[in-house]
Design a protein around this ligand. Structure first.
Ligand code: FDA
Length: 395
């Protein structure tokens, strides 16, 4: 590497949510900061998030909304830069937003507002941002040295904010994880999360024609259940309940889907059998499941008939097909569509206060590259902001 390296106080590799927040925070402290991104623009995932409206945080964000081998790790950063701090920044820039549901805050207009806000803050803090710049040859030390395109760069603090594997076509790479491994740092096993399930063979055939139907469910995998909508797709199951459950699912496990959340279906059917004996099973199920799904459930599991002709054993059979409906996914749609990567740089290697690596001074890991994965609903961005801010205060 060239001796005439250009020197910065802080270099942030990755201009996504975490990297830009870290850069503007360090810049505000008067640090000379450079952000490097190999993509042709920064914040691509912010732009595509929330259907183009970026669910930028969640009003009810708590440590319980995160998955990590060490569930306590997130507490320090989240408490020092909370959802209210980010909301204050959004307010300062006059960006209009609304709560969609469950505390999820979305831009009224466009995700572009959030990227513009971060870049304006970076500019005000004197941060240099370079796109189309692949980084190679990272050497940690005092200073750290790296090759950015044709340029040799040296820096006191090096921040890795390159995210996870999800959506490679948006510029996702395993750069940060590979770097961590090459430096001997522990990495928790990774897999796609917040991702649709795929079905194959008979289970998929049984659902043919239901694609596009959404149902209110409690969907449970790996012991965690989520009350949200499930969506039938051409290839399997999606929707917020399924995406949430996917983060807790491991290959080969079953997923339990309560199609009548909050209702004792057996008692409900017995009661209706007394009160309205001529009512058809299909109609009763259809109130909750939609007509199409109710019809299919009757074809598959319990023949449609008037409730007066349903025995208690029949009722048990209906309940067995609905409460829960048990599904064995063939797999997931993988990193191609996963919103996040589960696992990552082991938090045991990092300070929860500063995000600095315990064994390599001046090296920081933030955002999704770290073994912290949020629930759906703005929590992943809140982790990016909070961890980025934590590192930006010390880098
Ligand atoms: P992020 O992936 O944002 O940024 C990493 C940056 O590093 C990128 O700019 C990339 O180009 C760059 N990079 C990668 N490799 C590099 C290399 N080798 N050299 C240089 N640069 C490199 N979350 C949420 O809270 N609310 C939401 O609404 C959504 N919606 C959503 C939709 C979709 C479709 C996806 C895929 C994801 C979401 N998410 C989300 C998740 C959220 O986008 C994600 O958790 C954060 O973007 C993670 O921020 P990071 O900064 O850690 O990584």
């Amino acid at each position: 590497m060239s001796e005439a390296a250009k020197h910065f106080d802080v270099v942030v590799i990755g201009g996504g949510a975490a990297g830009l927040m870290c850069a503007l925070t360090a810049g505000d402290r008067g640090r000379r900061v450079l952000v490097l991104d190999h993509a042709n623009r920064v914040g691509k995932k912010i732009l595509m998030s929330g259907g183009g409206r970026c669910n930028f945080t969640n009003m009810y964000c708590e440590p319980e909304n995160f998955i990590s081998a060490n569930p306590h790790f997130v507490k320090s950063a989240l408490s020092r830069y909370s959802q209210w701090d980010f909301i204050a920044l959004v307010d300062k820039h006059g960006i209009p937003y609304h709560e969609k549901k469950l505390g999820q805050l979305f831009c009224d207009h466009s995700s572009k507002d959030i990227v513009r806000m971060l870049l304006d803050e970076c500019a005000a803090a004197g941060v240099a941002v370079r796109t189309d710049t692949p980084v190679t040859d990272v050497e940690t030390g005092t200073p750290h040295r790296l090759q950015a395109g044709a340029e040799a760069i040296a820096c006191e603090s090096l921040v890795i904010a390159t995210g996870g594997y999800s959506i490679p076509r948006m510029g996702a790479t395993g750069f940060g994880l590979d770097l961590a491994r090459s430096l001997g740092l522990p990495v928790q096993p990774t897999r796609p999360a917040l991702v649709p399930f795929t079905l194959s063979g008979r289970p998929l055939e049984e659902l043919e024609g239901l694609s596009g139907v959404a149902l209110d469910t409690v969907t449970t995998a790996g012991g965690m259940g989520f009350r949200e909508n499930l969506l039938f797709t051409h290839r399997g199951l999606s929707g917020p309940a399924v995406l949430q459950a996917s983060s807790y699912w491991e290959e080969g496990q079953a997923v339990a889907i309560d199609l009548f959340p909050g209702i004792d279906l057996a008692a409900h059917l017995r009661e209706l059998r007394e009160q309205r004996p001529k009512l058809e099973l299909k109609s009763v199920l259809g109130e909750q499941l939609t007509r199409r799904v109710a019809q299919r459930w009757c074809e598959l599991w319990v023949e449609n008939r008037a409730l007066e002709h349903l025995s208690n054993a029949d009722i048990e059979q209906v309940v067995a097909a609905c409460q829960p409906w048990t599904v064995w996914p063939a797999g997931t749609e993988g990193y191609r569509t996963a919103e996040v990567t589960l696992g990552g740089v082991d938090t045991a290697a990092l300070s929860s206060k500063t995000m600095e690596c315990r064994t390599i001074p001046g090296l920081y890991f933030i955002g999704e590259v770290v073994d912290v994965t949020g629930h759906l609903g703005g929590h992943n961005f809140q982790w990016a902001w909070a961890s980025g801010h934590a590192a930006g205060e010390y880098a």
